[in-house]
Unconditional design. Structure first.
Length: 214
């Protein structure tokens, strides 16, 4: 393999998302977070035609001995849905090698993202009045569900749904995220959900989603 961006490669067994059988796949893990699977070990001419193409950016990695020994699960968030991809290998050492490589790439990408945000030139946001932004967000902190008209379902996932709403008083459109508490508790995602909420509430940037919940 001539691609210098490949961190690790090799055979793993991947479990199907819908038909829960196991299939051998030759996976490449790249520095940009791409985790790409092929039916056979690819030649350079085959690289553009993968069977599987995932990203390990911002993922959670879990080790388990079920449903097979030496299993590892990659979990990531797509919109409001938690997506899980399940793999297993022959030995604990193989699993540890994959887990370490995936974790290293994910941490590197997170560090790059953080450094990119910190080093962003202030000229990109010089036209934003921070005081007005803070006031606007603060104004909506005590809004309730009765203050909005519900227009359209935008997305639906394991933990809840996202609905397009319009504030009755101002006519401004928002995306409202509604979560199922019992599902979050059952899947042990309370800490993850609280962290996501805290990040959204503390965000102050014109190009990023912010939370207007109380």
């Amino acid at each position: 393999m001539s691609d210098q961006n490949v961190i690790k490669e090799g055979w793993v067994q991947k479990r199907g998302e819908y038909i829960k059988n196991w299939r051998p796949r030759y996976f490449l893990l790249k520095t940009d977070g791409s985790f790409i699977g092929y039916k056979d070990k690819p030649q350079d001419s085959d690289l553009a035609y993968p069977l599987n193409n995932f990203s390990v950016a911002k993922c959670q990695l879990m080790k388990t001995e079920r449903p097979k020994p030496n299993t590892f699960i990659i979990r990531c968030l797509q919109w409001t849905t938690v997506i899980e991809r399940t793999f297993h290998v022959d030995t604990p050492d193989e699993r540890d090698e994959w887990a370490e490589a995936i974790q290293t790439v994910a941490e590197s990408l997170a560090k790059q993202e953080e450094e990119g945000i910190l080093s962003s030139p202030t000229s990109q946001i010089e036209n934003v009045n921070e005081e007005e932004m803070d006031t606007s967000i603060g104004h909506y902190k005590r809004k309730t569900m009765n203050d909005f008209d519900y227009l359209k379902l935008l997305g639906k996932g394991t933990f809840g749904k996202v609905i397009l709403v319009r504030e009755k008083a101002s006519g401004i459109y928002y995306a409202m995220k509604i979560l199922k508490k019992e599902v979050i508790i059952a899947k042990d995602e309370v800490a993850h959900t609280l962290t996501e909420s805290r990040v959204l509430k503390n965000t102050r940037h014109p190009f990023l989603t912010v939370s207007i919940s109380d």
